[in-house]
Design a protein around this ligand. Structure first.
Ligand SMILES: [Zn+2]
Length: 408
């Protein structure tokens, strides 16, 4: 992977801004039609589950072949009448595919583990309207836009407006979602920007407004402590992610079952097979928790306008559990969370980096004095009372400030 070519990438950030339209009734009507189409394809897909093995795009095409009159003019097997523009239908089909796919993912999880409830098939649909290109046009620099709505008789273009529209021209607007609230409408607009990799973190650290989030992981119930600081090192916001105990008990249960099986089962081949099943089950649990927790952390960083996420390089922590009874090898939840944070944050335009772990947890962030006690109350040799993981996380974040301060 290491070569001299400049790496480019994209980041997608979703902005939530007010949306003005005089046609809220038509918007509601359009959303109803949208949901009717979702419902139709949702139910259809349960009769053609083999299509789920395809990519979303191919699945969409097959569903259209099944339901839409093609060039031959013949009605296909599952034809039904639809009064909607192609782009509205496609957004609805994609939504339906997503819903059915996640239904089966959840079903699989619940079959593997009683902890997860088996999902219910949806019976009513209340999805917010996603506008594909063709449903909106003429986005102007002042935020004005035209959208296509159904007025009860036909589809027509209407003027509308995004409030506080302030997107750079080089940014690419992806399909906005219109979320209808009781008294107002919000537009959720994903904006894609090209990221040029010109040592980006270094550049970001020059911003006066830069915010850094330091993360400290632990093997307690408090899995992660996230502290956002600004350029002067002041704490902006803190987030504690808990759930370590719940995770731990699930894995321990699984592990004990596996151990019992090994004790009862002396055939090597069967033990191996058993181990494989165990790993798969364990991975599913790890992935679930890592996804949920990394999502919480990344959302928190977006909310607090973080530009750089910092974690300490992993050292040999005590792990929660082990994969084998004879040779103990830890499975780190922390590693998975970090992995997921990196790519989820990147997609939102936030970059991640690491610092050495040395001293981060053992020195007071206020005075650099040694941490004296970790029990009940943590304090340093100069008497500062601290939360152990908060202190750890803020030291991690401060390290990156120091690093770029010296180079400025
Ligand atoms: Zn101190």
């Amino acid at each position: 992977m290491a070569d001299n070519t400049k790496k480019t990438g994209y980041s997608v950030t979703t902005y939530k801004i007010r949306f003005y339209t005089n046609q809220t009734e038509y918007l509601k009507l359009t959303q109803e039609i949208y949901n009717e189409i979702i419902e139709a394809y949702y139910n259809l897909l349960f009769r053609y589950t083999e299509l789920l093995a395809l990519s979303t795009q191919k699945c969409l095409r097959e569903l259209e072949k099944l339901t839409i009159i093609g060039i031959t003019g013949e009605k296909p097997a599952e034809y039904f009448e639809q009064n909607a523009p192609t782009e509205l239908r496609r957004a609805a089909i994609n939504q339906a595919i997503g819903l059915v796919k996640s239904y089966f993912e959840l079903l699989k999880m619940s079959e593997e583990n009683e902890k997860f409830q088996s999902p219910n098939k949806a019976t009513s649909f209340h999805c917010s309207l996603i506008l594909y290109k063709g449903m909106y046009k003429n986005v102007e620099s002042n935020g004005s836009v035209r959208i296509k709505l159904f007025d009860g008789k036909k589809w027509r273009w209407f003027d509308a407006k995004f409030k506080n529209w302030n997107f750079p021209e080089e940014a690419q607007i992806l399909s906005p979602t219109l979320v209808i609230h009781k008294d107002y409408v919000m537009a959720h607009i994903p904006v894609r920007r090209k990221i040029e990799d010109v040592t980006p973190i270094k550049e970001r650290m020059k911003h006066e407004e830069v915010r850094v989030c330091g993360i400290a992981f632990s093997n307690t119930d408090k899995v992660a402590t996230c502290v956002v600081i600004n350029k002067t090192g002041e704490v902006v916001k803190t987030l504690f992610i808990s759930g370590g105990n719940e995770y731990k008990s699930l894995i321990t249960k699984l592990f004990n079952k596996q151990k019992k099986n090994i004790l009862e089962n002396k055939k090597l081949q069967e033990i191996k097979q058993n181990h494989k099943t165990y790993r798969e089950k364990a991975n599913r649990i790890i992935n679930h928790y890592a996804h949920v927790m990394s999502r919480q952390i990344v959302d928190f960083c977006i909310e607090n306008k973080v530009e750089v996420i910092v974690t300490a390089l992993a050292t040999k922590d005590k792990a929660y559990y082990y994969t084998k009874s004879s040779k103990s090898r830890p499975i780190y939840l922390r590693e998975k969370i970090t992995e997921f944070i990196i790519y989820k944050a990147y997609r939102e335009g936030i970059l991640s980096t690491t610092v050495l772990r040395k001293d981060k947890a053992s020195k007071c962030y206020k005075c650099s004095g040694a941490i004296k006690s970790r029990k009940l109350k943590t304090y340093c040799e100069n008497g500062h009372q601290l939360d152990y993981y908060f202190n750890y996380a803020i030291n991690v974040a401060l390290e990156i400030l120091k690093k770029y301060e010296n180079k400025a």
